[in-house]
Design a protein around this ligand. Structure first.
Ligand code: CS2
Length: 488
C-alpha cells in the first residue's frame, strides 16, 4: 500500500497526518531543486508552521530530473522524514509540499506559477554547481553551456539563473512586485553571491533589467544545516516497516537542524522564528562558521576517509587519529579565523564531533566527496588564505587539499577506480594522467585550475610546499598512516 492521506486516516495507522487541513493551504513559496536536503530542512520548518502560524505552503520544482515528482505525485506530495540516532528511527509525515513540477516537461506551468503574485518567496537548493558560477570568484560563468543556452533562449530557460530571471521579467512586465530569492545552498555569502549571479545574467539579457534586479529584488542570505545522507533501498524497507505503507522516497536525517536567515523579505514571510529559525541582520558570520567548521571537516574526512577505506563518516570517527586530526583542524586552524559574538565555538565544535559520530546515520564519504571543485574554495581555501595572510601554519588544512588531489586522480590506494563525480572530473583525470606518479606535477597541474584556486595560491610557497609534502606522503604511506604521523 502506497503512502497517502487515505492510508494515514485509517484507524490502524501508527502515524498521524499533518495536523493542519491540507485543502486550506495555498502555495506562497516555490522551491527550485526539491532534493533530499530541502525535504529534510525547510519543508519541515514550513510543515511546523502550517495551520496555526501560517498558510504558506510549498510547490517544489526539479530542474534536472523528474524522479522526485515521480516519487511524490502518487503520494499526494506526502513523504516521511525519518530521524535517526543511536536511540532508533523516528518517522514523521510531512505535508508542506503541495505539488512538484518537472521543469523539463512543465516549464510553462512553472514559469506561470513563478510569475503569480501569490508566490512571494523563491527558495533554492540547486547545489553549488547549479549556480553556473566560477567557484573561486563567485561570478557568473558566462561560458557555461546552460548560460549560453539560456541567453539564446531566454523564455525557455534550463538553468536556475535563467529560470529566475525569466520569472522576474514576467513579473516586472506585469507590474507584479518581485519575489524574494532565498538561496539555501552552502555557498559563501549565498545571498550576495546569488544576487551577483542573477543580476549579471539579467544584465546580459538587457541592461535595464540587470539594474532593476540588482535594485528591486531581495536576496536574503541563509545558513542551513542538517546532515542528510542519500536514501537507500534498505532505508525504504525500514521506513515501510515503521509507517505501515510504502514511501517511494523517504528522507533519512539526524535530530539536529539549524537555519539562520537574513530578515529581508519585502513581500512578507512566514514567521519562521516561531519554529526555531534564527532571523538575523547579518548571516555571513554564521555561514562562514558553518562552512569552515562543519563542511571543511566533512570534506577533509571524506577524502582522507575514503582513501583509507572508510565507507561512512561514523567509521572515520571510529579512528582516534582522524578524530584528533579533525579536532585539531577546527581548534587550531579554523576557530582562530572566526569572529563570532555570542557563539561558544568550543561547544559548537564538540557538538559537530558528536553529530559526526552518529552511528545510525550512515553518511557515505563518497557522497560528501562529490563536486569537490565547487566546494573546496568556501570549505578550505578561504580559511587557508586567511591563515597565510597572518603567517600561520596550514598543516591540517593543507592535508585536506592534498587528499582531494589524491582522490581526483581516480585511483585508490589499492589500485582500484574511484567514481569521481565532479563537473571538472574529465579535466582533473586528464591532469592526473599527465602527472603519472609525480606528486609535484599533480599539484602543479591541479593548482592551475583557477576556477578553484584563483590565481594567488599557485605561487604561494607555503601552500605549495605544505600540500606537496602531504601529497608525497599520501602516495608513499597512504592516508591512514599520513594522518597518524600528523597527529602523533
Ligand atoms: C556535506 C553537506 O555532502 C556534503 O558536501 O558536507 O551536505 C553537509 O552534510 C550539510 O551541509 C550539513 O548541513
Amino acid at each position: 500500500m502506497r503512502l497517502s492521506a487515505t492510508i494515514l486516516a485509517q484507524p490502524h495507522s501508527g502515524l498521524a497526518l499533518p495536523a493542519y487541513d491540507r485543502s486550506k493551504i495555498t502555495p506562497g513559496i516555490v522551491h527550485l531543486g526539491i532534493g533530499a536536503f530541502h525535504r529534510a530542512h525547510m519543508a519541515v520548518y514550513v510543515d511546523d508552521l502550517l495551520g496555526e502560524h501560517s498558510d504558506w505552503a510549498i510547490v517544489g520544482a526539479s530542474l534536472r530530473r523528474p524522479d522526485t515528482k515521480e516519487a511524490l505525485a502518487p503520494q499526494e506530495g506526502l513523504y516521511t522524514v525519518a530521524v535517526r540516532d543511536a536511540a532508533g528511527t523516528h518517522p514523521r509525515i510531512i505535508g508542506s509540499i503541495l505539488d512538484v513540477l518537472d521543469a523539463n516537461t512543465e516549464r510553462e506551468d512553472l514559469l506561470a506559477l513563478l510569475a503569480d503574485p501569490q508566490i512571494r518567496i523563491v527558495s533554492l537548493t540547486v547545489t553549488e554547481k547549479g549556480y553556473c558560477h566560477d567557484p573561486a570568484t563567485g561570478e557568473l560563468d558566462e561560458n557555461h553551456p546552460d548560460i549560453v543556452h539560456d541567453l539564446a533562449n531566454p523564455s525557455a530557460p534550463s538553468s536556475a539563473p535563467g529560470m529566475l530571471v525569466e520569472a522576474l521579467t514576467r513579473r516586472r512586465n506585469n507590474g507584479i512586485a518581485p519575489f524574494a530569492v532565498m538561496s539555501c545552498d552552502n555557498l559563501p555569502s549565498n545571498g550576495a553571491t546569488v544576487r551577483r549571479i542573477v543580476s549579471r545574467f539579467a544584465l546580459l539579457r538587457e541592461e535595464a533589467l540587470g539594474a532593476w534586479v540588482a535594485e528591486e529584488v531581495a536576496f536574503p542570505g541563509t545558513m542551513v544545516d542538517r546532515i542528510v545522507p542519500s536514501t537507500t533501498d534498505a532505508d525504504r524497507a525500514a521506513v515501510a516497516e515503521l509507517i505501515g505503507a510504502e514511501d517511494a522516497w523517504p528522507i533519512m536525517t539526524e535530530p539536529f537542524t539549524q537555519w539562520v536567515i537574513e530578515d529581508n523579505f519585502p513581500q512578507g514571510r512566514p514567521p519562521f522564528e516561531t519554529v526555531g529559525a534564527q532571523l538575523v541582520n547579518d548571516v555571513e558570520p554564521f555561514e562562514r562558521m558553518k562552512l569552515r567548521m562543519l563542511n571543511g571537516s566533512h570534506s577533509s574526512m571524506a577524502y582522507l576517509g575514503y582513501l583509507a577505506g572508510y565507507e561512512y563518516i561514523s567509521d572515520v570517527m571510529g579512528d582516534d587519529n582522524y578524530v584528533k586530526l579533525i579536532h585539531g583542524l577546527m581548534t587550531e586552524e579554523v576557530m582562530p579565523t572566526l569572529h563570532m559574538e555570542g557563539v561558544d565555538l568550543g561547544s559548537y565544535r564538540d557538538q559537530l564531533l558528536d553529530r559526526f559520530r552518529n552511528p545510525a546515520l550512515q553518511h557515505r564519504t563518497w557522497q560528501i566527496a562529490m563536486d569537490g571543485s565547487q566546494k573546496l574554495p568556501q570549505r578550505l581555501l578561504g580559511t587557508i588564505r586567511d591563515r597565510l595572510a597572518a603567517n600561520q601554519p596550514i598543516d591540517r588544512l593543507g592535508l585536506g587539499v592534498a587528499a582531494w588531489m589524491r582522490y581526483v586522480t581516480g585511483v585508490d590506494e589499492k589500485g582500484e577506480n574511484i567514481d569521481v563525480r565532479d563537473p571538472l572530473a574529465m579535466r582533473m583525470l586528464a591532469i592526473a594522467a599527465d602527472a603519472g606518479d609525480d606528486p609535484k606535477a599533480l599539484f602543479t597541474g591541479l593548482v592551475a585550475l583557477t576556477e578553484i584556486f584563483g590565481s594567488d595560491l599557485a605561487d604561494n610557497e607555503v601552500f605549495a610546499s605544505t600540500v606537496t609534502r602531504h601529497l608525497e606522503s599520501l602516495f608513499d604511506q597512504g592516508a591512514a598512516e599520513t594522518v597518524a604521523q600528523l597527529v602523533s
